[in-house]
Structures are given as structure tokens and as C-alpha cells.
Ligand binder design. Structure first.
Ligand code: AMP
Length: 222
């Protein structure tokens, strides 16, 4: 199954992606995680991406699209994948369509996580992520770790992403509305979009997402 996950920063894309990809046995492809891994490894790609990420701006398409395609080319993605944070503008969506068409493939669905803007700001300001795995996400109020600053899942150190600071969040939301939201209409024209509310517990949102995706399967799998 090939799925795109969209939604504003703080909608819980990373958290849901982690659970959904386990349930569906497909890899979780997050361009944000790929960039962060490149930054921590000090690669050229990481150096090119860092300033844009720190400002909450989009990394240029020339860098992003190639990186996403390389990841989709990996053997573990042959039977499907969930894209989290890619595409993020219409040009990237067109590039993804061209990539899939070139491989005789198509998307099964675009899952749109909807969440009110004031909730987004609250969620992001208190968000803490694990240095080992950014899908291990906690919140200083809503999802406190058992020991402060320590990941419940793997014991890694929890930190606040530099782009989660409040001024950066405002810019990321602007970028989302300006650049990314239009791809929802782009995919609506292809009848691919299922919109669900991202409010409620992680389990509630996952249940909604699984129900929505069940109707979208085109590969005959259960
Ligand atoms: P995320 O972890 O998805 O919130 O992404 C963090 C940051 O990585 C974004 O604010 C962008 O700077 C960069 N980024 C991630 N995915 C993309 C993309 N598809 N296109 C451009 N920049 C991206």
C-alpha cells in the first residue's frame, strides 16, 4: 500500500506514521527524519538542509525530491510505503506522480490529519522528541515521560527540536498553509484524499485512520 500523510506541523503525523506502518507492515518514510539523520551524520545534504530547517522553511526541491526518490528505491519500499512530510508542495506532488508512473505504480490514498490551529501551537510548544528516534514523541503536559527528559520506549534523551520554538512554529504554519495545503486539493482532484480528525488519543486517531485506509486498499491485501 502506498500512502501519503499530510497535516500541519503538530498534527501527530510522526506518531501516527509509526503505528500505521507497523500495522500495515510498510516502511515509514519521513523526509524530516532523513534530513535530521543527514545533519547528525554531517553529510553535504545535511549541510544544505540545515539552515532551511532551522528557519522552518522548506528545503529546496532539487535536494528533497532526489532524497525521497532514493529512499523509495530501497528494497524495503518495493511493496509499499507511507510518506510522512513528503510531498510538501505541488511541485513535489507532481514529481512523486511522475516517479510512481515511471515505475507503473500509484498512490492508494492521501490521509489528511485535521487539527485546529490553536491546538497545533499547544502541541508543538510542549513537544519533546527522542534523540534516537523522532517517532518517539512526548509532551510536557499531555504525554509526560515516566522520568523527565528520558524516552519511555528506548531510554534515549528527550529534547525540543530547534524548529519547535514558538517563532519557528508560526513560520512553519505559514509555510504549511501557503505551500502544502494546496496539495490536498491537488490530490482531491485525483479522488485520493481521506480527511480525519487528529483530535483525541493516539489510539482513537489510529482507529479512525485504519478505518479510512481500509476503504482505500487497491492491492487486494487484508
Ligand atoms: P518534519 O519533521 O516533517 O516536520 O520536517 C522538518 C523540516 O524538514 C521542515 O520544516 C522542512 O524544513 C524540512 N522538510 C521535511 N520534509 C520536507 C519536504 N518534503 N520538502 C522540503 N522541506 C522538508
Amino acid at each position: 500500500m502506498r500512502i501519503v500523510l499530510v497535516g500541519p506541523p503538530g498534527a501527530g503525523k510522526g506518531t501516527q506514521a509509526e503505528v500505521l506502518t507497523k500495522n500495515l507492515s510498510i516502511p515509514h518514510i519521513s523526509t524530516g527524519d532523513l534530513f535530521r539523520a543527514n545533519i547528525s551524520q554531517g553529510t553535504d545534504l545535511g549541510k544544505q538542509a540545515k539552515a532551511y530547517m532551522d528557519a522552518g522553511d522548506l528545503v529546496p526541491d532539487e535536494v528533497t525530491i532526489g532524497m525521497a526518490e532514493d529512499r523509495m528505491d530501497a528494497p524495503d519500499a518495493a511493496e509499499g510505503f507511507l510518506l510522512d512530510g513528503f510531498p510538501r508542495n505541488e511541485h513535489q506532488a507532481q514529481a512523486l506522480d511522475a516517479y510512481l508512473a515511471g515505475h507503473g505504480l500509484a498512490l492508494d490514498g492521501v490521509l489528511d490529519l485535521e487539527v485546529p490551529e490553536d491546538e497545533v501551537v499547544k502541541r508543538i510548544a510542549g513537544r519533546r522528541v527522542c534523540r534516537n528516534n523522532s517517532a518517539h514523541v512526548f509532551h510536557v503536559e499531555y504525554k509526560k515521560p515516566q522520568a523527565e527528559g528520558v524516552c519511555d520506549v528506548c531510554g534515549g534523551e528527550l529534547y525540543q527540536r530547534s524548529d519547535d520554538a514558538e517563532d519557528k512554529v508560526r513560520n512553519r504554519l505559514d509555510v504549511y498553509h501557503r505551500e502544502t495545503e494546496p496539495i490536498i486539493d491537488y490530490y482531491k482532484r485525483q479522488n485520493l484524499v481521506v480527511t480525519i480528525s487528529a483530535l483525541g488519543s493516539v489510539e482513537e486517531v489510529t482507529a479512525r485512520a485504519m478505518a479510512a485506509l481500509k476503504d482505500r486498499r487497491t492491492d487486494g491485501a487484508a
